[in-house]
Design a protein around this ligand. Sequence first.
Ligand code: SF4
Ligand code: SF4
Length: 97
Amino acid sequence: MRRIMINASLCDGCKNCSVACMQAHRTDKGTIYDLDLTNQENESRNHIVNDGKGGYKPIFCRHCDQPECVMSCMSGALYAIGAGQRSLMRLPAATRR
Ligand code: SF4
Ligand code: SF4
């Protein structure tokens, strides 16, 4: 089983992860380009909270074995580990801010 790890200091609040979760679990078929962000049935299962100090706090459910939220995070704030081994989803340090 994979685990989602969070480094909140790298989160820039882009919400790519929220949109990726919505697209992964939407009830109707379609692409990201016709995803209805106002449909409550498409609600994201993760949340990005403003910490009030200029940063963001990602809050995740850790439900999926292949989490689209993690794969959409370009900052390196999210990564997955599993079976005693780090996932390739984690970006190398040199590509992070
Ligand atoms: S683990 Fe799955 S359900 Fe949970 S926030 Fe990520 S994509 Fe959404
Ligand atoms: S966790 Fe990653 S994808 Fe989600 S808001 Fe933060 S930087 Fe963006």
